[in-house]
Design a protein around this ligand. Structure first.
Ligand code: SF4
Length: 333
């Protein structure tokens, strides 16, 4: 309950990131009490750590932050796909998805630091099927017996929400597989719970950056207004580990569907040592169709961004092909 939280702490990340995680707003009534607004009942879960809720409240419920994280009546719309990128088709069970020849996805957790309303896995994660029921031993065996697998991508959920000892265990296990040269994290945690980037995690990342050919961390951020001073501090610490720091963003209607906001986001990433990697065209996801833009709109935004930006600021603008055939450049044809 908000009443149990000291006003001095409101808006500040605590020293203990797990405390912020435990005290998050987790229900519609939590949200309504906190924001002093009513929100529609939705068939999906809500989860916002309180320091981040404070930031969203200050930005306003119709801001790019509010639109990304607060429930909307449009989540009831029936159109869209349950599994828009066909994870199920490429699932080997136990949290392993093998879509591309030389790399596998492993989802060590279904938990996230926040619930993004546009999430392309929002229905899949609800289904509680075998796709995300992870087992590290099975995944390590899978990589061992598929020597074409050079890279393991840890996604979810969000792998950085795991405890340090668990992250260390996962990195240690995959780095023992001779043919695995690269490990990559996909994460939103440094933005939402920047206090999670603690010294112990930094030491673990430093260690495995030296051990592996390439250790990458791909930070998911869609708009500059998501950032905090604590996030920038976290980036500095992450840069000190020597890992390959990349970003991915999703083009979202009403959030960042204009070249100017994207230019500011990508140039700020580069200024802070992060290479913009992917700009994803939104996937046609059930419950998130209100974030869709057309391919034509997306292409026109990216073309203008390209005209207005130096080449090194530009991520690849990509779109998932139907039936899980993988990503292709969205600007083509
Ligand atoms: S952090 Fe990623 S996986 Fe989790 S809800 Fe947001 S978009 Fe989905």
């Amino acid at each position: 309950m908000i009443n149990n939280v000291s006003p001095i702490r409101e808006g500040l990340f605590s020293v203990d990131w797990q405390q912020d995680f435990r005290e998050a707003l987790k229900s519609l009534s939590d949200l309504e009490n906190y924001f002093e607004e009513s929100f529609p009942q939705i068939p999906y879960s809500v989860f916002i750590p309180r320091p981040y809720a404070f930031k969203i409240k200050n930005a306003g419920i119709d801001s790019p932050l509010g639109r990304q994280f607060l429930p909307a009546v449009e989540e009831h719309r029936p159109e869209g796909l349950i599994d828009p990128i066909s994870d199920e088709l490429f699932s080997k069970g136990k949290g392993i998805i093998h879509r591309y020849k030389n790399r596998i996805l492993f989802t060590p957790t279904e938990v996230c630091p926040i619930q993004c309303r546009y999430c392309f896995r929002k229905n899949e994660l609800l289904q509680n099927n075998d796709v995300f029921k992870n087992n590290l031993e099975v995944a390590v065996n899978y990589a061992t017996f598929h020597p074409q697998v050079e890279e393991v991508i840890l996604t979810g959920g969000d792998p950085l929400i795991l405890a340090n000892h668990k992250i260390e265990e996962i990195l240690a296990a995959f780095s023992k597989v001779k043919t695995v040269k690269m490990i990559r994290f996909h994460t939103r945690t440094p933005v939402i719970l920047p206090n999670r980037i603690d010294e112990e995690l930094i030491d673990i990342l430093k260690h495995f950056s030296q051990k592996l050919s390439i250790l990458s961390l791909v930070i998911h951020t869609n708009h500059l207004s998501e950032w905090t001073p604590e996030f920038l501090l976290g980036l500095q610490k992450l840069r000190s580990t020597g890992l390959n720091l990349l970003s991915q963003s999703v083009l979202l209607k009403g959030v960042n569907d204009n070249w100017f906001d994207l230019k500011i986001l990508f140039s700020s990433l580069v200024s802070n040592g992060v290479t913009p990697y992917y700009l994803h065209h939104p996937d046609p996801t059930k419950g998130a169709m209100h974030f869709m833009i057309s391919r034509e709109e997306g292409k026109s935004i990216y073309k203008k961004l390209k005209e207005e930006s130096s080449g090194f600021l530009l991520p690849h603008y990509v779109i998932e092909q139907p039936n899980g055939a993988g990503k292709v450049l969205a600007l083509k044809d």
